[in-house]
Design a protein around this ligand. Structure first.
Ligand SMILES: Cc1cc2nc3c(=O)[nH]c(=O)nc-3n(C[C@H](O)[C@H](O)[C@H](O)COP(=O)(O)OP(=O)(O)OC[C@H]3O[C@@H](n4cnc5c(N)ncnc54)[C@H](O)[C@@H]3O)c2cc1C
Length: 107
């Protein structure tokens, strides 16, 4: 998508959990022009609507960043750990397991 000759006050990169919220909050000021950029497509995969369905799209490069991993982790004996992440409108929140863990007031 091209956006010729447009001026933006804010450019947010990544329409995941954080980016979408930041862009929405910034857009509450009608005087501000906000551009939200997302590398992935719209979320149209049925498996992203099913709890734990992400297992079906984990290796689909259309919806997931592939081959991402952590740096070598000292606490894992120097091993790297696979780091799956959504590449889609909504980011990892669009492909995640739909599991909610209620916050513990003691934390
Ligand atoms: C497989 C999986 C299962 C999960 N299950 C759960 C669960 O059940 N319950 C739960 O609470 N949490 C779950 N999570 C965690 C939760 O989804 C994430 O913590 C949360 O979505 C992270 O939000 P974020 O905004 O940091 O990143 P993301 O939501 O990942 O958003 C980052 C966005 O930035 C985009 N992006 C990155 N680089 C660029 C670029 N250069 N240009 C444009 N766009 C870019 C990405 O495509 C992506 O859309 C899960 C995560 C994964 C990966």
């Amino acid at each position: 998508m091209s956006v010729p000759n447009r001026h933006f006050d804010h450019i947010v990169v990544g329409a995941g959990s954080a980016g979408a919220i930041v862009a929405a909050r910034l857009s509450e000021n009608p005087a501000k022009h906000v551009l939200l950029l997302e590398a992935g497509p719209e979320d149209r995969n049925v498996w992203s609507k099913v709890p734990l369905g992400f297992a079906k799209i984990l290796f689909n490069p259309k919806y997931m960043w592939q081959d991402q991993e952590t740096a070598q982790e000292p606490d894992l004996g120097g091993r790297r750990y696979a780091l799956p992440a959504g590449k889609v409108l909504g980011g990892s929140s669009a492909i995640n397991g739909l599991i909610q863990v209620r916050g513990n007031p003691g934390d």
